[in-house]
Design a protein around this ligand. Structure first.
Ligand code: PAF
Length: 283
């Protein structure tokens, strides 16, 4: 497995593979890899001949006062984990390589509408940062396919939408959320949790399940379901940003006849902001 930091070196490796007729799968990450990321790599290696994993903590998707500075940077351990899976190349560029003119006034990509709701409402500019950096990585790697986790459900829809809107020739694969034994979705930010908050964090997942059960039992008062979920999280000492029942296809407000739903939540505890979601297909 090769580790490259410069775009020119990435392009040289890609040219060799392309010359040999190989397809390329990309797994974009911010590093600090856990099993959830490694499953994306497994999927990428099933679907593509060569696998590139990008490791880049993207400054433009963090807001003022968020955890950009303290986000764990563990490139050596990440490379060791990737050597055990089927990654061919790790691309870990500098901020200057990705944003040659600086990130403040740089050209950007914005997916309107979808980016402004839910996490976007609480993290203004976040999805613009994600859409911009993912488009840059698509341009730098020119992958045939790219693999993302469904834990970041809204991010996945934003990326699918930008690929469609910009007519990009990359297919997007989604891989299910990987969970700890107690149901907590794996996330690099779980490391921020105090032992007490780590013990209560699985309540996010169980609250999504409880809400899903009520939907399956026929309840359609989405506002009541949402406020019951929020109350349950608050009662456990969390500060939820939102808990919402939405249409799975576009995150629109559902009607009583919609069948393909997703319940999404974001909550803060120990200064960590955790997100999770649960798709619900009603009969
Ligand atoms: O999901 C992430 O880790 C990031 O948002 C991504 C897609 C790598 C863009 O920085």
């Amino acid at each position: 497995m090769e580790l490259v930091h410069a775009l020119a070196d990435l392009r040289a490796a890609l040219a060799g593979w392309r010359g040999a007729g190989a397809s390329v799968a990309l797994v974009p990450t911010m590093g600090n890899l856990h099993e959830g990321h490694l499953r994306l790599v497994d999927r990428a290696s099933e679907a593509g001949d060569r696998v590139v994993v990008s490791v880049f903590v993207n400054p433009t998707q963090f807001g003022p006062g968020e955890d950009f500075a303290r986000y764990p940077r563990t490139l050596e351990a990440d490379c060791a984990a990737l050597r055990e899976r089927a990654a061919d190349l790790v691309f870990a560029p500098t901020v200057e390589e990705v944003y040659p003119e600086g990130s403040e006034e740089a050209t950007h990509v914005e997916v309107p509408g979808l980016s402004d709701d839910l996490c976007g409402a609480f993290r203004p500019g976040h999805f613009r940062g994600v859409a911009t950096v993912v488009t840059k990585f698509f341009n730098m790697v020119q992958p045939d396919l790219a693999v993302f986790g469904t834990k970041d459900y809204q991010q996945l829809l934003v990326i699918r939408r930008l690929v469609r809107d910009l007519r990009l020739a990359v297919s997007i694969e989604a891989v299910e959320t990987v969970r700890e034994a107690d149901g907590l979705a794996m996330s690099s930010r779980n490391a921020y949790l105090s032992p007490e908050d780590r013990a209560r964090a699985p309540l996010i997942h169980s609250t999504l399940h409880a809400t899903a059960e009520r939907l399956r039992a026929g309840e359609r008062d989405f506002a009541a379901l949402q406020s019951a979920g929020l109350q349950r999280l608050r009662a456990a000492g969390m500060e939820p940003d939102y808990l919402a029942v939405r249409r799975a296809s576009d995150l629109g407000e559902p009607t009583a006849t919609d069948r393909d739903l997703v319940i999404l939540a974001a909550a803060r505890l120990s200064g960590a902001r955790l997100i999770d979601n649960l798709p619900v297909r009603l009969p």
